[in-house]
Design a protein around this ligand. Sequence first.
Ligand code: SAH
Length: 270
Amino acid sequence: MPHDEFPAGSVWLVGAGPGDPDLLTRKALRLIAAADIVFYDALVGAEVLALISGDAERVSVGKRSGRHSKDQGTIDTLIVAAALAGRRVVRLKGGDPAIFARTAEEVAACAAAGVAVRICPGITAASAAVAAAGSSLTLRGVARRLTFVTAHAQAGAPLDLDWGTLATPDTTLAIYMGRAAAATVSQQLVAAGRHPDTPVLVVVNASLPTERVIRGRLSALAFLVDTISATDPAILIVGEAMAGAPPTIGSAVAARTDRAIAAAHRPLTD
Ligand code: SAH
């Protein structure tokens, strides 16, 4: 480890990537192995947790849609307290810490307490999802824009997104936490002018052995997510760049099954 990369009493927010431990950065590996204590999310998989040193303490902070085991304020307090006690703290987050991961709150809490905090980026779910599908988030001349959006609304609140902007045809949408709102997303995008036949990709457990790639059309999005188990992470990708990518070798069987499911709802032309 480079000198002074991880002094006692400091915090690293570390991207754990989408699940496959081979998709961790080398830096994340070093930091995880060097930590005295690791606070981790529910989405961080067993194979990544296995890389934590046997001497280190592991604390599940279990944040997951619908069942937050610790609120954000408590997590901030725990991280800061561990650092102030002189420990090397890793806060391990699924994917990239910069995307829908409450990183700003944790950085602010550390700063307010005078605790040194740094961020190690990770591979985000959208990148792993299109890789699984043999596809690309951008496509020259077709998909010039990429929007990361969360479709997770506060309980009881309507999903308040700028549908007009999201419906722009040259935009790829990477929709995180979108399963519950899939029907609304599809209806609102079409109402705002996005073509109902816009290709969509739903990727479940991206990068894990249980990965599934489901293809379809925007108008059928709600049916496509109906086939997913409620506990598995899923990302929705909407846009013309999702058209016609070949199934990758590893997911060929899953893709065949998934295409059959999608075709049952709406015939595909590609
Ligand atoms: N910071 C994370 C996102 C956290 S929000 C990142 O950069 O990936 C949690 C959401 O991410 C899930 O609801 C799901 O939409 C998506 N997600 C995370 N891991 C995933 C995976 N392996 N496969 C599919 N979607 C995933």
